[in-house]
Design a protein around this ligand. Structure first.
Ligand code: MSP
Length: 488
């Protein structure tokens, strides 16, 4: 059987409604999956909900809801949100699914059988907001909120046994963590020394979680439960999971440690391969602060979406953040970006070309060969797409090539003054430019899927490079307005 290329988005905490930070994580995954599809390959993309733990439980209680009813509601709101912005996953996992719970217990048993789990009495500080035990000073405690003293029994994972194995693995496979700055960060953390960490909580304190096998007084630490989703949704422990494993994970920089250190160590402890790749992106900021539920600083994109459509939001988020770095969401920048790239360039080229055809009363354009310049525009963009399919490091270059490609079409129109042409010369120019426009629209359909659907319908093609690149006559129909002009 052919190996399935497996890509995962993080699973989202069911304590918050979705915002642009969550959307960006989803868009990075969607973009990579869709460019694969356009070029004739595929990724199996998963996402879903992280539904256990104190924080989720507390939000449900505060809203007067049964926790299951609460997580059902939040899961639906995330699914609707992703649908609105065309984040197209193949599987939506929920950590309250029975199958996930059972498979996670089997994973736990494997860690235990292999000798990496032990019981220990913890005495020390505990952060309620992070749901974790802390190794901190009295000073820190006195100045921080939500920290309490705890003395309790729980299970520990022998992370310390994996320090050398992780260093060895990452030195051999430096490409595993992208970008390099996050590789260095993870390596630095590992080399400082890894301590065992607690992987369960007493049930009397927190019942909203997966029970530890053979110990009904303990529930699993929410991160063990959450990380295991990547395995349980592909059928683990049934052997079919091997057809997908190892996975490529896309995550934000806040959860690097969990994915680049804890998770590979847990996998090694369970005799499984570490992740194939961990792609780490930065944060969307509002002012200087990370957009987040707890800071209550989410940016309202509903109004912008209503006026300009979901493609405009996708374009802005994808083109205004370099993969791996942080970026600031500014509404004025949104307006100028959409005007320059989408309304005045992309959308306007189509209107110009169809306008010329209408003025000259042309009903059908006969197919012809492209001249060298336009042929190069198509080939260069196709190469960008192929590079991106092969390697995530071409992510930004592919997105940037959007503007460059449509600038070339605009230049061609102006330099050849095609509105002055007539007869066969005009047929060939208009045909070639519209041919390029439809091929480029399909090559960039991962960024602008709603526009691409309209273009595919207009030209009667499928949304893949093979189909759209076939030469055939073009029937001229009513012009399509792809983007309204934005008030700056
Ligand atoms: N539940 C954990 C992930 C478990 S995966 C086994 C979690 N959930 S989250 O809802 O807080 O975050 C989900 C994703 O959204 C993470 O990749 C996180 O980095 C991303 N973002 C949340 N806020 C963000 C920004 N402001 N900017 C960009 N992405 C950020 O972590």
């Amino acid at each position: 059987m052919n190996k399935v290329k497996y890509l995962t988005a993080p699973i989202f905490y069911a304590n918050s409604t979705p915002h642009i930070g969550h959307l960006y994580t989803g868009l990075v995954c969607d973009l990579w999956k869709q460019i694969n599809l356009v070029m004739g390959e595929d990724f199996f993309l998963s996402s879903g909900m992280d539904e256990h733990g104190q924080k989720v439980f507390q939000v449900a209680v505060n809203n007067g809801l049964n926790p299951k009813v609460h997580v059902d509601n939040i899961s639906e709101s995330f699914k609707k949100f992703f649908e609105k912005y065309n984040v197209r996953y193949d599987y939506w996992v929920r950590t309250t699914d029975e199958q996930h719970k059972k498979a996670t217990q089997i994973f736990w048993n494997k860690l235990k059988e292999n000798g990496y789990v032990y019981k220990h009495r913890y005495k020390g500080w505990y952060s309620i907001s992070d749901e974790s035990y802390l190794d901190v000073s009295e000073d820190y405690v006195s100045t921080s909120k939500n920290i309490v003293w705890r003395e309790e029994e729980c299970y520990y994972f022998k992370l310390s046994s994996f320090q050398e194995k992780l260093v060895e693995y990452y030195e051999k496979h430096p490409e595993t963590i992208y970008p390099k700055i996050r590789y260095n960060e993870a390596m630095g953390f590992i080399k400082q020394g890894l301590k065992d960490f607690s992987i369960s909580r007493p049930k009397e304190r927190l019942s909203w979680g997966i029970e530890v096998p053979d110990d009904p007084d303990q529930v699993m630490y929410v991160w063990i439960d959450a990380l295991a989703n990547y395995l349980t949704l592909i059928g683990y422990p049934d052997q079919k999971y091997l057809n997908y494993w190892p996975a490529t994970h896309v995550v934000g920089k806040d959860i690097l440690k969990f994915h680049a250190i804890y998770w590979p160590a847990l996998l090694m402890a369970a005799d499984l391969l570490p992740p194939k790749k961990v792609v780490v992106h930065g944060w969307w900021l509002n002012g200087d602060q990370k957009v987040s539920k707890s800071l209550n600083n989410a940016i309202d994109i509903d109004g912008l979406t209503e006026v300009y459509g979901s493609d405009a939001i996708r374009y802005f988020l994808l083109s205004n953040m370099t993969l791996g770095e942080d970026a600031n969401f500014k509404e004025s920048l949104f307006h100028s970006t959409i005007n320059a790239a989408l309304s005045n360039k992309y959308g306007n080229i189509l209107l110009r070309l169809l306008g010329i055809a209408e003025n000259k009363n042309i009903k059908e354009l006969k197919h012809c060969e492209l001249d060298e310049f336009l042929n190069n525009v198509v080939n260069n963009t196709k190469n960008e797409a192929n590079n991106f399919v092969k390697n995530i490091s071409f992510f930004d270059q592919y997105i940037r090539s959007f503007s460059a490609a449509f600038d070339s079409l605009n230049n061609y129109i102006s330099e050849n003054t095609i509105w002055k042409q007539e007869g066969e010369q005009l047929n060939n120019s208009l045909y070639s430019l519209l041919y390029c426009f439809k091929v480029l629209s399909v090559l960039f359909s991962p960024i602008l899927p709603e526009c691409a659907k309209k273009i595919a319908k207009y030209f009667d093609v499928d949304l893949n490079f093979k189909d759209v690149s076939v030469h055939k006559n073009i029937i001229i129909k009513e012009p399509i307005v792809l983007f309204p002009r934005v008030m700056e």
